[in-house]
Design a binder for this molecule. Structure first.
Ligand code: FES
Length: 339
């Protein structure tokens, strides 16, 4: 059984089978709806149902609150239609025309960045050109068919390779392999580019980047891209971590701030260790932003990190005037392995 979906106003229309998610159907038909985790965790695919109804295969997805449902919002990566639908959904035009492909790749290097983060550089075989937007991500397709998603940490102008930041997670299927068993020059299989966490360039609104842990990876790509295209919109980069050793490349962030007067860098530690001798900001990173900006209505905010941080930021920033269409998030990196 199939249902029709119309995206308002004047948006595309497409068909969805009753047993597939609205987002999967859109991706299959090259309709560029906004999304990130595809796992019900980040909220990036949230849309308003103007007419019609949906259901969810398991329990209600994590990123959909009671008040969201009362407001008529749905998570398109999980929602299955039970009728024809009319939606108000975010369209991510810039990804239109960038092919999503499955392809082999080779690990050209793996470097320890901190006690629990490595940088992996992937190269593609032959002359395959990998088109992507800064901030997007790839999925590793593992031998058992499971997938693990990682943000791309470099920008397309530097796109001869793919840079990833991989944090060690005990029991994490890919992380365990990458930290202990991955041979030099290992061949892996990826799919990408995925996601709609990219820089909206048709505006001069000042930017706040909020990174948590390895959520710094896509933010790094976005800042490098912004510098490459010569944007001078003010950038406030907040990077939150537990202790100093968890900020795995603060020198790079500080260097941007030292070299570019429009960039400010604010590291924030939630639980500094005594040996850190930390004189900087403490607490949760989204609280630091709230303390510094009484009015967020004029900003575009990009958040990369764990769902708790991304969702807490969204709820908090709205109380300081941020409207949802100016909040962009990427938080699959901490999501569960996907099949
Ligand atoms: S909750 Fe749907 S893409 Fe993340």
């Amino acid at each position: 059984m199939k249902f029709s979906v119309v995206v308002e106003p004047n948006g595309p229309s497409f068909e969805v089978a009753a047993d597939e998610s609205v987002l999967d159907a859109a991706m299959r038909q090259d309709i560029p709806l906004a999304y990130s985790c595809r796992d019900g965790l980040c909220g990036a695919c949230k849309a308003r149902i103007v007419e019609g109804s949906v259901t969810y295969p398991d329990e209600r997805p994590e990123a959909l609150t009671d008040s969201d449902q009362q407001e008529g919002l749905a998570l398109l990566c999980q929602a299955r239609p039970t009728s024809d639908l009319r939606l108000e959904a975010n369209i991510a035009d810039a990804i239109a025309g960038i092919p999503i492909r499955k392809m082999p790749c080779r690990v050209s290097s793996s470097t320890q960045l901190s006690h629990d983060v490595i940088r992996i550089i992937l190269t593609l075989p032959g002359k395959i050109k990998f088109g992507f937007l800064a901030g997007q991500y790839i999925d590793f397709i593992l031998k058992d068919g499971h997938r693990r998603s990682y943000s791309i940490a470099n920008a397309p102008h530097d796109g001869e390779h793919i840079e990833l930041h991989v944090r060690y997670v005990k029991g994490g299927e890919f992380a365990e392999y990458a930290f202990s068993n991955m041979p030099e020059k290992a061949m892996l299989r990826i799919e990408g580019p995925l996601g709609t966490f990219y820089l909206r360039e048709d505006t001069d609104r000042p930017l706040i980047f909020m990174a948590g842990g390895t959520g710094f990876a896509p933010v790094k790509g976005l800042i490098e891209h912004s510098l490459h295209i010569g944007q001078t919109r003010p950038i406030h980069l907040y990077w939150g971590a537990r202790a100093l050793r968890d900020l795995y490349d603060p020198k790079m962030a500080q260097q941007w701030a030292d070299q570019h007067s429009h960039i400010k860098f604010v590291p924030v530690l939630s639980d500094p260790e005594s040996g850190d001798n930390w004189q900087g900001r403490t607490g949760f990173v989204h609280d630091a932003i709230m303390e510094d900006f009484a009015d967020l209505s004029g900003f575009d905010i990009y958040a990369g990190g764990p769902p708790e941080m991304v969702n807490a930021g969204f709820d908090s920033f709205r109380t300081h005037g941020l409207t949802p269409e100016h909040y962009f998030s990427d938080s699959f990196e901490y999501a569960r392995d996907k099949k």
